[in-house]
Design a protein around this ligand. Structure first.
Ligand SMILES: NC(=O)c1ccc[n+]([C@@H]2O[C@H](COP(=O)([O-])OP(=O)(O)OC[C@H]3O[C@@H](n4cnc5c(N)ncnc54)[C@H](O)[C@@H]3O)[C@@H](O)[C@H]2O)c1
Ligand SMILES: N[C@H](CO)Cc1c[nH]c[nH+]1
Ligand SMILES: [Zn+2]
Length: 440
């Protein structure tokens, strides 16, 4: 275990989205698929261009090539949706998650204002977006919860037209729990498409998959890179990519909990676990726990988690908890887990993170499912300027200006003066055309 300290730790935790590590396994799969060494961006560009040109046929071709199945019908039929069935406890858990996420976002202030005052009226109209695409990851695991954690905030915002895309399994099916969750949410448009081909279809539209106004939802490198490339053609909520968890732990933390929280997120594709502690002894004990807990995991989870731990895990010894929080703010993790003696006392120092998980009863894994806030959170350092999925992502704001004559007289001259200072004479005249003429 390499333990980073001081300037080395700062260097290792300084990054931007553009520095996202591309795992060797991804590079070799690209070479095997394309017969040449391409970057994930080049791959995404090729797929986007092809889907833009050839629509559904390109989506089918890429799905066959990358997901090992060729879906004749990209759309899941009403019969398939109606027939989807899951065990009773899973069905109940889906309902619990929906209820809790809905209750959480019901509390987010998301309305406009229109103030009629002495100036006339000024305000903001808030409108739900028209059509939204929700990407549900399904490469390693079918992320049922991600559908709930993305679609519910959109529904609370008032969006009624929601299109779901998710990679099909090798037999061409969509996981029944994703279909049950869609049904519970009252959503009927579900398409078999994953990766960059799904993002392309949602951005440009195909005969089967309608173009949307905004694409939301997380995914692997290909998904986030494709989202960034189609931004402008359509909106995107943010760039939620491969999962990251930074645990800050002091000597009071239970190494079993620290290891469990790091491993839980390590089993996501391409995940980056980070442990920052003020105790060298704890670091050693967590290392031993990690090894033990890793070996106890079943396959394929053990392989996924081992890949993240061995290839990307960072371990930092901080001199103080203040330094630990400073490093965390520098890294801007998707998830910040505080496992310290008095975690609440650190909250005031948290400046940049997707979510903060406080104390031993708020493990991030619970946040993934049923705590309430959406688990779709910014990664790759984008938490410096982006936020978790929320109601505002699914609304637009329209400024309302309805001033009266008195206000025009009072503020119009200042407007005209600014216009002339910018050399924009027609602007100045438009303002003055409604001002009373100077009698001199
Ligand atoms: N930040 C968040 O809020 C958040 C939430 C949930 C999941 N995630 C992340 O989502 C990701 C899910 O990844 P996943 O891979 O399991 O599912 P995914 O659905 O994101 O990606 C699977 C798709 O990737 C494409 N693909 C795979 N290899 C490819 C290649 N070599 N070339 C071109 N395309 C390729 C395929 O089309 C496949 O359908 C994980 O990294 C996870 O950490 C993030
Ligand atoms: N931890 C992921 C966000 O990075 C979300 C998730 C879905 N299912 C399990 N976990
Ligand atoms: Zn998770």
């Amino acid at each position: 275990m390499q333990v980073l300290e001081g300037p080395d730790a700062r260097r290792a935790l300084t990054r931007t989205f553009n520095d996202l590590p591309v795992p060797d396994a991804v590079l070799s799969r690209i070479e095997a698929t394309f017969g040449e060494a391409l970057s994930p961006t080049q791959v995404a560009e090729r797929i986007l261009a092809d889907v833009r040109e050839r629509g559904d046929d390109a989506v089918r071709d890429w799905t066959e090539r990358l997901d090992g199945t060729r879906p004749d019908a990209l759309a899941v039929s009403a019969d398939e949706l109606a027939a989807a069935h899951v065990p009773t406890d899973l069905h109940a858990a889906i309902r619990t998650a929906i209820t809790r996420v809905r209750a959480f976002y019901g509390q987010q202030p998301a309305h406009g204002f229109l103030n009629h005052g002495p100036d006339g009226a000024l305000g903001q109209l808030v409108r739900p977006l028209g059509r939204v695409g929700v990407y549900v990851p399904g490469g390693l695991a079918p992320l049922i919860s991600t559908l709930i954690h993305t679609a519910v905030p959109a529904q609370v915002a008032g969006v009624t037209d929601i299109v779901i895309t998710t990679p099909p399994a090798r037999d061409g099916s969509v996981h029944p729990a994703i279909l049950v969750a869609a049904r519970e949410l009252g959503l009927t448009q579900v398409f078999r498409a994953g990766g960059a081909q799904a993002i392309a279809a949602l951005a440009y539209g195909t005969a089967s998959i309608p173009a949307v106004d905004k694409i939301a939802g997380p995914g692997n490198l290909f998904v986030v890179i494709a989202k960034r490339l189609v931004y402008g053609q359509t909106g995107i909520e943010s760039l939620p990519g491969p999962t990251e968890t930074l645990v800050v732990a002091d000597d009071s933390a239970d190494p079993r909990h620290v290891a469990a929280d790091l491993l839980a997120q390590a089993e996501h594709n391409g995940a980056e676990p980070v442990l920052v502690s003020t105790s060298r002894e704890l670091l050693l004990r967590v290392q031993a726990e990690l090894n033990g807990q890793l070996e106890a995991l079943p396959e394929p989870n053990r392989g996924w988690a081992r890949d993240s731990v061995s290839a990307r895990m960072k371990v930092v010894l901080a001199a103080t908890l203040d330094e630990a929080l400073e490093l965390s703010n520098l890294y801007a993790p998707e998830h910040l887990c505080l496992l310290t003696r008095d975690p609440w006392s650190l909250l005031g120092q948290v400046q940049r993170a997707g979510g903060v998980f406080i104390g031993e009863y708020s493990m991030e894994a619970l946040g993934d499912y049923v705590a309430g806030p959406s688990h779709v959170m910014p990664t790759g350092g984008t938490a410096r300027f982006m936020s978790p999925v929320n109601v505002r992502d699914f609304q637009n704001i329209i400024s309302v200006v309805g001033l009266n004559e008195g206000t025009l007289r009072r503020i119009g001259p200042a407007g005209a003066t600014l216009a002339r200072a910018e050399g924009l004479e027609a602007h100045a005249r438009a303002i003055e055309s409604r001002l009373p003429r100077d009698p001199s």
